[in-house]
Design a protein around this ligand. Structure first.
Ligand SMILES: [Zn+2]
Length: 283
C-alpha cells in the first residue's frame, strides 16, 4: 500500500499575482540577450522594468543556492522563480563548472535531498542544531541528474562531467527532507505525483524551516527571555529576512491558474500529461 500523500491547496494561497502580472501587456526585449519576454528572461534571470518596480521583494531567512544540472533546460525550470522573487538571497549555479563557485561552509549548510541520513527540519530543531545553518542547497534537475551530482564519481571517463570540489562540499552537508505533498505541476512526466516541481520543494522546505525555527525561538523565549538568536543579532539589516515566503509560489500560482482557466474555458482541449487525468479541477 502506498503512503498517503498530503494535498495542499494552491488556489487558496494568499498570493494574488494576477493583479500585477495581468497588467503587464505585450512582450519586451530582454535588456541583455534581446529575446522577447513578457515578465522575465529565463536565461538572463532579468525582470522587465515595468514589473521589477511592482514585484514584492522577499529576503529568505537562510540563503538559497540552486544547482542546475547542465542538461536541464532553462525554460523548463521553476527554480528561477525563487531568484526572481528573492534576488538578494538566492544564487544560481550550473553543474559542473570548471572552477567551483559554491563557496559555502558544508558545516553550516543544508542539502535538500532525501534518503539515508536525511533529517526533517523539526528533527534538527529538536536536536538544537537548526539555528546553526545559514545556507540551503537545492538541486534542480531530474532525479538521475541530481544523483549524478551528489554521488561518488569513480569512472575516469566521466571526470570531465564533474567538479570534485563542488561534489565534496555537497557530500559533506547535512541532508534534509520534507513531507511529500502532491504536486500541482502541469508538466510532470515521470515517476509519480509526489515528485514536486523544484519551486514547490523550495517553498515547502522554507515553510518547514520557518515552522521549526518558530518552535526553537519560542523555546528560546522561555529559556532566555530573548527572542533574538545569536544569528539574528549579527545580521546586517539589509540581510534580515522579510516578506512572505508564500511569494516563492507567486509565478507558480499564476501559471497554474492560467492553465486551469485555459482548459476550463475550452472543453474541447484535452489535458495531456502522464498520470494527470484529474489535473484540471473542473468545478
Ligand atoms: Zn535574456
Amino acid at each position: 500500500m502506498g503512503k498517503q500523500i498530503e494535498e495542499y491547496e494552491l488556489p487558496t494561497f494568499e498570493v494574488e499575482p494576477e493583479v500585477i502580472l495581468d497588467s503587464i501587456a505585450g512582450r519586451q526585449k530582454c535588456k541583455k540577450c534581446s529575446k522577447k519576454i513578457r515578465f522575465f528572461c529565463y536565461n538572463c534571470v532579468l525582470v522587465v522594468d515595468e514589473l521589477a518596480s511592482q514585484l514584492p521583494e522577499l529576503h529568505l531567512p537562510i540563503k538559497l543556492h540552486v544547482i542546475k544540472h547542465r542538461g536541464e533546460n532553462n525554460g523548463k525550470s521553476t527554480a528561477v522563480y525563487a531568484k526572481i522573487m528573492a534576488p538578494s538571497t538566492v544564487a544560481m549555479y550550473t553543474y559542473p563548472e570548471k572552477e567551483n563557485t559554491l563557496n559555502i561552509d558544508p558545516e553550516t549548510s543544508l542539502l535538500l535531498y532525501p534518503g539515508e541520513g536525511a533529517k526533517t527540519m523539526e528533527e534538527l530543531a529538536d536536536e538544537g542544531q537548526l539555528q546553526k545553518y545559514r545556507d540551503l542547497v537545492v538541486i534542480d534537475g531530474t532525479w538521475p541528474q541530481a544523483n549524478g551530482i551528489i554521488s561518488n564519481e569513480s569512472r575516469p571517463e566521466h571526470a570531465s562531467k564533474h567538479n570534485m570540489e563542488t561534489k565534496r562540499i555537497l557530500q559533506n552537508m547535512q541532508r534534509v527532507t520534507i513531507t511529500p505533498r502532491k504536486t500541482k505541476f502541469w508538466r510532470y512526466q515521470s515517476l509519480d505525483s509526489s515528485y514536486m516541481a523544484t519551486i514547490e520543494a523550495i517553498y515547502f522546505c522554507y515553510y518547514e524551516y520557518s515552522n521549526a525555527m518558530q518552535k526553537c525561538n519560542m523555546a528560546n523565549v522561555v529559556d532566555t527571555g530573548c527572542r533574538n538568536t545569536e544569528k539574528n543579532c549579527e545580521e546586517k539589516s539589509e540581510d534580515r529576512p522579510s516578506g512572505d515566503i508564500k511569494d516563492l509560489l507567486y509565478f507558480y500560482k499564476y501559471y497554474y491558474n492560467v492553465i486551469q482557466n485555459r482548459y476550463k474555458s475550452d472543453k474541447s482541449l484535452v489535458f495531456h500529461s502522464f498520470q494527470a487525468k484529474d489535473y484540471i479541477k473542473y468545478d
